[in-house]
Design a protein around this ligand. Structure first.
Ligand code: ADP
Length: 487
């Protein structure tokens, strides 16, 4: 089969710019697609923090380019860096006026222009290098203008005549809405009649919704989430449009980077282990407790959390259910995460109230996240919704039993422990309420007391293969079916 030329447009890519799973996915996709022999380019913004850290070089022929946005010509250049272990180049859009700010995302008035520029820059870089993509793969709202622009602004160019677009939804909660009065500044003046007219009448224009309307194909990061987002409960206002495009919407569960997340070789942890030789895991548990300042234990379970602290992640349930257990049980809880102040305060309060049992680290710390995955016994993800979720897969690989709510990718990747049949890889609860979460925690303690069952549960999770190697063919198949599509 001939190889494909695939353009990826994303706001994040690990290890350069990451706030969540999108960064892991765009990096892994590019790396594994290139590894499978495809010609892949990934384009993302040259943020301030990338400029400070990465080794960059200018790409010849792609300097001093311009596009009209914000009522004037915006100049940009393309710079390149090598991604670890990947053959695919990562191209950064250097436009200091837009991207050199404190954080990746802002609430500044020109936020929409910033990501409109990213998309134009990605497509213009194809034109200036005569590189004709078969697939333009846009990730999330930041890149979601690409499908429309391919049909309008860039349609004159025969370079794109075979290009088909795929929009991947990593999280429907982020939709990129801007005031309709900003249409000209966003460079969408000529496309006005192709935007969602009801929204325009309401005085707004949405990037994600525009992509949902115009992409040749849509995908999201798990089969269950693909169904959920078509419902009133999880559709975040876009369920009608998603239902109308259901025949073009596919769910593919994310893989994990098995070089980064393998407890037998992970360079970020000091003790290694594998299925059948769990001594290193016991040492990781001791090392983790010491590192976060909690007293050692070999008998009490250690619970871990690594997360953005947002409403999505369901920590209200921890708030309502955990104090009773912390009072009653010998246990430890290690929490790593930052985000909304109310959750940060709650975990801070919990650590103060239960010293010696709870440690809260209010930061983003790549290395510590690996320690928590390896050193915990149980990993908590009581998410309200979860498009895919990566940590439950890292956990199973690490012999750390996940406790999750049955939603999105969590439902697709964790099988509930059945003590009679002795099947399952974690604990799964159904309803989003404190009572259900509490019952699941009680099941954890009951199983923990029967160490023979625990070892079996742990081993069943560790035996699963979540690697991208097993997943990448699904994307390649999707790209091929897309490429064969007639418009
Ligand atoms: P989301 O994209 O909604 O944040 P995912 O589970 O898909 O959730 O991906 C989250 C990724 O970000 C994981 O790799 C997780 O380990 C990482 N992560 C989240 N918070 C932190 C943190 N405070 N420190 C280190 N890594 C974090």
């Amino acid at each position: 089969m001939p190889s494909l030329r695939i353009l990826q447009i994303s706001a994040e890519c690990a290890p350069f710019a990451k706030t969540g799973g999108l960064a892991d996915v765009s990096a892994a996709l590019s790396r594994y697609l290139a590894g499978a022999g495809h010609d892949v380019r990934l384009v993302l913004p040259l943020y301030q923090r990338v400029k400070q850290k990465a080794k960059l070089r200018p790409v010849e022929g792609l300097q001093d380019l311009k596009v009209r946005l914000g009522g004037r010509e915006q100049w940009f250049s393309i710079w390149q860096a090598d991604a670890p272990r990947s053959k695919a180049p990562v191209w950064f859009v250097r436009a200091p006026q837009y991207f050199e700010r404190e954080s990746l995302y802002t609430e500044d008035a020109d936020e929409g222009q910033r990501f409109a520029l990213l998309t134009h820059a990605a497509l213009l870089s194809c034109q200036h290098t005569g590189w004709a993509p078969h697939v333009v793969h846009a990730h999330d709202w930041h890149a979601a203008l690409a499908p429309l622009l391919l049909r309008t602004h860039y349609a004159w160019d025969r370079l794109f005549k075979d290009a088909r677009s795929l929009l991947s939804i990593h999280n429907l909660g982020y939709q990129g809405w801007f005031p309709a009065t900003a249409i000209d500044e966003l460079g969408l003046g000529d496309e006005r009649h192709l935007l969602h007219q009801d929204h325009l009448q309401e005085g707004r224009v949405g990037f994600l919704v525009t992509g949902l309307l115009w992409a040749d194909m849509l995908s999201t990061v798990s089969a269950t989430y693909a169904k959920e987002i078509q419902t009133d409960e999880h559709g975040v206002g876009l369920q009608g449009i998603l239902r109308s495009r259901a025949d073009r919407l596919k769910g593919i569960v994310n893989g994990i980077d098995s070089d980064e997340w393998d407890p037998s070789s992970d360079p970020r942890i000091p003790h290694h282990y594998a299925l059948g030789e769990l001594d290193g895991k016991r040492r990781m548990k001791a090392a983790l407790l010491e590192r976060v300042g909690l007293p050692p234990t070999t008998t009490a379970p250690v619970f871990g959390i690594v997360s953005r602290l947002t409403m999505q992640k369901g920590f209200e349930l921890v708030h309502d259910a955990i104090s009773v257990l912390l009072r009653r049980e010998d246990m430890r809880l290690v929490v790593l995460g930052s985000g909304e102040e109310r959750y940060e305060r709650f975990f801070g309060w919990l650590a103060q109230t239960f010293p010696g049992k709870v440690a809260y680290l209010q930061s983003y710390d790549e290395e510590l996240s690996h320690w928590i995955e390896a050193g915990s016994d149980v990993f908590l993800m009581p998410s309200r919704y979860e498009p895919c979720g990566l940590n439950q897969m890292y956990s199973q690989r690490a012999g750390t039993v996940p406790l999750v709510r049955r939603t999105g990718g969590l439902a697709d990747t964790v099988q509930d422990w059945d003590p009679a049949a002795r099947t399952g890889t974690g604990f799964v609860f159904e309803r989003f309420d404190a009572q259900s979460f509490h019952s699941a925690l009680e099941r954890v303690f009951a199983t923990w007391r029967d160490q023979d069952s625990w070892r079996r549960l742990q081993a069943q999770g560790m035996a699963l293969d979540w690697s991208w190697e097993t997943r990448i063919d699904e994307y390649i198949e999707l790209y091929r079916s897309l490429h064969a599509l007639r418009r």
